[in-house]
Design a protein around this ligand. Structure first.
Ligand code: F0G
Length: 469
């Protein structure tokens, strides 16, 4: 990826929103009141919000102009046909079903494709995807490629599925139980790493040979296409849109959260070829989301999406976004904080386990670093470590640590400038200068499901000789 500093965004700012700057005391109090869980903070207590890149992007003047044309007819709205034609053109699939967001698409698709006792295989299931597979009674199984386990390796496609393991599973005694193979592009659960076209093609071939449906979870299809263009031999001369279309064509269908690369606050879709599967999904959609020409979205949302899907594959936009994330990664690495390599686009993943060796996984180093970023700089982000992925006993004591203790800095699209990112790097530099002052945490209460959203914690006492942070 190019680190050329002169890659300005192909837009200028026209509408702005103030961001709050709280005092250190106010932040300390806010975090305590939030039960030391950044998900419980109020947005007006946050200076830089890197919790998610989902639904948090800025829209363009062209999108807002299109929204004014939104046709809110209950059925057959003009906005639906605009959206449908745009998605058909991009993906090449004949059947398009709109949904209000990605997980609604997962619920509907899996409800028609998966049965109890089956296995759904992925390079890595996102957390709601995992939950929606489980809700059908099927088993989600992740088969990431071996290179993904080395956080420092600069292998270009660490988001790939492990083709050897997939072949072994499909050909082995459990092969008949595999009901779906779902490739997540880019691999959000594993460091925002891209999936190569060669890997998508080979996985699709294996699935066809075994008669197993092969779908994409394509929330970040444009960013994956850009990284393919940059990193995979033979794709440098193709446009991101052509690469994305080819990826869709290698699969039987897709489920997409459009809150990411749709460049909108809300939206999602299912797209596929099979007539019978389309019929089953459509019936479920009408019963639970809305009629098949709006699927829970307003006409103005469909208009913003149709335009957003055009803007997101603009090479100038993708080049500038990738370069901006790469510059932030470089700044963070330069102040002594390691990130999962190589940098992806939608997020950076800080190696908290390495930065805070004085904290054991039982003290949740990823969560501790996330809290410290808020205490020191009003920055909100998400832990991806033992608090989220670890196994706990019924006293909320960690028994199985996560493989890595990471913190995800997700980058909203078209929202923050390099000056905001310099601020983030400066706050991290302060932490990296005296990491031992970062305290660990213990769980006070935790819900049985999707723990990380609602867990409440408290800081552990500072270690001997350490001034409290
Ligand atoms: N698949 C992937 C790969 C995702 O990253 C997400 C959402 C979903 C599906 C679900 O989509 O939120 O529209 O229902 N990821 C967000 C995130 C929430 O912060 O990574 P949704």
């Amino acid at each position: 990826m190019s680190l050329d500093p002169i890659t300005p965004p192909p837009y200028r700012i026209k509408v702005v929103e103030p961001i709050p700057f709280l005092s250190a005391d106010e932040r300390r109090q806010a975090l305590a009141e939030a039960g030391y869980n950044p998900f419980n903070l109020r947005a007006d207590q946050i200076t830089i919000d890197l919790l998610s890149d989902s639904g948090t992007g800025a829209t363009s003047a062209a999108q807002e102009a299109a929204a004014a044309l939104g046709d809110e007819s209950y059925a057959g709205a003009r906005s639906w046909f605009r959206f449908r034609d745009e998605v058909r053109d991009l993906t090449g699939y004949p059947h398009i079903l709109p949904v209000h967001q990605g997980r609604a698409g997962e619920r509907i698709l899996f409800g028609s494709l998966l049965k109890a006792g089956q296995i759904c295989v992925s390079n890595t299931h996102f957390d709601t995807t995992h939950a929606n597979v489980r809700l059908t009674g099927a088993e989600p199984r992740d088969l990431p490629c071996p290179e993904a386990a080395d956080l420092d390796s600069r292998a270009p496609f660490k988001g790939n599925i492990d083709l050897v393991a997939l072949d072994r599973l499909l050909s082995g005694p459990e092969g008949h139980r595999v009901g779906l193979v779902l490739m997540t592009i880019t691999n959000n659960g594993l460091g925002a790493q891209p999936v190569s076209m060669a890997n998508i093609e080979a996985a699709g071939r294996l699935c066809r040979r075994h008669g197993v449906p092969f779908f994409l979870d394509a929330a970040r299809f444009a960013e994956n296409a850009w990284l393919v263009r940059e990193r995979e031999p033979g794709y440098g001369h193709r446009s991101p849109r052509q690469i994305a279309t080819r990826a869709f064509q290698l699969a039987d269908g897709c489920v997409v959260s459009l809150k990411k690369d749709g460049l909108t606050a809300i939206g999602g879709l299912i797209a596929l070829r099979d007539d019978a599967l389309h019929g089953a999904c459509e019936a479920n959609l009408i019963a639970t989301e809305g009629f098949s020409t709006y699927g829970g979205l307003a006409g103005h949302d469909l208009e913003r999406l149709a335009q957003g899907l055009r803007e997101v594959v603009d090479p100038a936009y993708l080049r500038s976004r990738a370069a901006s994330t790469a510059r932030l990664a470089q700044m963070i690495n330069d102040v002594g904080v390691d990130t999962v390599q190589p940098a992806g686009i939608h997020a950076l993943y800080l190696n908290a386990g390495r930065l805070l060796p004085h904290l054991s996984p039982r003290e949740f180093p990823g969560h501790s670093l996330g809290c410290q970023l808020y205490l020191d700089g009003g920055i909100r982000c998400a832990e991806l470590g033992s608090l989220y992925l670890g196994g706990m006993d019924d006293q909320n004591q960690l028994v199985t640590p996560a493989p890595f203790e990471l913190v995800r800095l997700a980058i909203p699209r078209r929202v923050y400038t390099d000056a905001h990112f310099e601020y983030v790097a400066t706050v991290l530099a302060g932490i990296a200068k005296a990491p031992e002052r970062v305290r660990g945490y213990r769980i006070l209460s935790s819900p049985p499901l999707l723990r990380h959203f609602k867990v409440r914690l408290e800081p552990l006492p500072a270690g001997p000789g350490v001034t409290s942070a």
